[in-house]
Each structure stands twice: as structure tokens, then as C-alpha cells.
Design a protein around this ligand. Structure first.
Ligand code: PAF
Length: 276
């Protein structure tokens, strides 16, 4: 595995005729990232991993400064996942002039976009830069960040970006908690409460299977998400991948939740296809 810190060096190495699988991350890698890398490794000649904690997707009071970092462990995981090139840019490399940014037009007024204004502008800005640098054949994103994934798919379609976006499944701990770099923030008590998020989604799926109305299911989900010392940020349903309101014609519903614990904000979701 080669570590690259400059765009020119990386692009020279990637030139030529081969398929490039790309996994963009903010580091502090876990099994969720490993599964993206595994799929990228199986489907491409070359695998590129980027690690960049993108400042423009963090709000003023968010965790940019304390976002977990562990370069040594990340390099070991990347090496064992068969990564060919690990791209570690700095802020100066990624934002040389910072004269232009991508702006989301729709789909960021709900869920995490509503709670974190400007977040998805920052995500699409950095993803667009990374796509231009790496020029991947395929790029791999986890469904845990389902809204992010839908907005990236929308950006790629709207801008005719020549990349195939691969939706990858949510990877969970044995007790059901979705893997996230931010799980490390949880106190012991919060870590015990956190699997309740997925339990609420499992119950929501059962209720939808039984034909219960969506509003009733959402009400019940909100009840189940009431953990002591935590606050529900949202528990909502939107059409997927349009992120618009659910109506009678909606085939796939994204039932998404965010819970603000004292030390971390956790998200999880369920993609539910009607009649499936
Ligand atoms: O999902 C993430 O880790 C980030 O939002 C991404 C896509 C790497 C952009 O910074």
C-alpha cells in the first residue's frame, strides 16, 4: 500500500486503463469501512481509500476538533483490506482557493439536513473534489448515512459524474448498534442504551409489515427512542431516494432516526419497500 499526500502524485499513480474502486472516509476506520473496502477490492483493479476530516461539513458547535483520529490503526486496517493507495490530504490540498462550493437544492431540508444546516453542502463539496481527484469507476457508501447517499446519487445524476455509486449495507455490532466512528464517544450507560435504537427500528418494520399506518408506527418509534438522558433529534419517514414526502405512490420509505445522547449523536435507519 502506498500513502499519497499530493494530488499530482496520486493522479500519476492512477493513470492508465483500470477500474478504480474508491472509498472516501473521515478515518477512525471500523468494520463498516472494512466492508466497503472489501467490496471495492472484489470489484476493481485498484482500491483507493481517502481519509480526510472535512471541515466544511461540521457546524460551528459540532465535533470537528475532537473527531476521533488514529492514523496508525487506520493504516493497518487499510493495509489488511488490500488498499492500494491511501490518500491523506490536508485542508490546504483540498481547499486551495476555496472560491467554489457545491450547494444542495433539495433533500437537505429534512432529517440530518434540517438539524445540521450546511452539512450536506460540505459533504457534496468534498465528495465532488475527491471524485475529480481520484476519478473512480465505482465509489462505495454505507446506507447508515442514507440521506448522504441519496444526495450523492442526486449530485452524480445532476452533474453527469462518470462514476457508479454503490449502496452498501449497514454493518452492526453484535447487539445491533450500527457501527460508527462516533460510538467511541458513548459512556458505558449510553452504550447500553444505544442498541435500543435498532430495536425500535426492528419493531417499526414489524408494525409496517402488519399494515399499521405510518404515522402510528412513527409515534411508537418515538416512544421507544425515549432513553433517559437523551433527546430524540428526529424520527421521520421520507420517500427514498427522493427524500420527499411519503405518499400513496411511494415504493421505498426511509424511516430514519437520530438520537442525541449527552456525548454523541447517533443515527440509524430502515429502508422499507412496500409490498416487498
Ligand atoms: O461519510 C463520511 O465519512 C463523510 O461524510 C464523507 C463521505 C467521507 C465526506 O467527508
Amino acid at each position: 500500500m502506498k500513502i499519497m499526500r499530493s494530488v499530482a502524485q496520486l493522479q500519476e499513480a492512477l493513470g492508465g486503463q483500470h477500474s478504480i474502486g474508491f472509498v472516501p472516509t473521515m478515518g477512525f476506520l471500523h468494520e463498516g469501512h472494512a466492508s466497503l473496502l472489501e467490496q471495492a477490492r472484489a470489484e476493481n483493479d485498484i482500491v483507493v481509500l481517502s481519509i480526510f476530516i472535512n471541515p466544511t461539513q461540521f457546524g460551528p458547535n459540532e465535533d470537528l476538533d475532537r473527531y476521533p483520529r488514529d492514523e496508525t490503526r487506520d493504516q493497518q486496517l487499510a493495509q489488511s483490506a488490500g488498499v492500494d493507495y491511501l490518500f491523506y490530504p490536508t485542508n490546504e490540498v483540498m481547499y486551495p482557493l476555496d472560491m467554489a462550493r457545491v450547494t444542495v437544492r433539495s433533500g437537505d431540508d429534512v432529517l440530518c439536513g434540517a438539524s445540521r444546516p450546511g452539512h450536506f453542502d460540505g459533504v457534496l463539496t468534498v465528495v465532488s473534489k475527491l471524485f475529480n481527484i481520484v476519478r473512480p469507476t465505482r465509489a462505495y457508501f454505507g446506507l447508515k448515512d442514507a440521506q448522504q447517499l441519496a444526495l450523492i446519487e442526486g449530485y452524480v445524476a445532476d452533474y453527469f459524474v462518470p462514476v457508479e455509486i454503490k449502496r452498501c449495507p449497514i454493518i452492526r455490532e453484535a447487539d445491533g448498534l450500527a457501527k460508527s466512528s462516533r460510538n467511541v464517544y458513548l459512556s458505558d450507560r449510553e452504550r447500553e442504551q444505544a442498541p435500543g435504537i435498532q430495536q425500535a427500528l426492528v419493531e417499526a418494520k414489524q408494525a409496517l409489515d402488519q399494515g399499521q399506518p405510518l404515522e402510528t408506527v412513527l409515534e411508537k418509534t418515538r416512544t421507544l427512542l425515549q432513553f433517559e438522558g437523551a433527546a430524540i433529534d428526529y424520527a421521520e419517514a421520507v420517500a427514498y431516494p427522493t427524500l420527499g414526502p411519503v405518499d400513496a405512490t411511494t415504493e421505498t420509505i426511509l424511516l430514519a432516526v437520530a438520537v442525541q445522547f449527552e456525548s454523541a449523536r447517533l443515527i440509524d435507519n430502515l429502508l422499507y419497500t412496500r409490498g416487498a
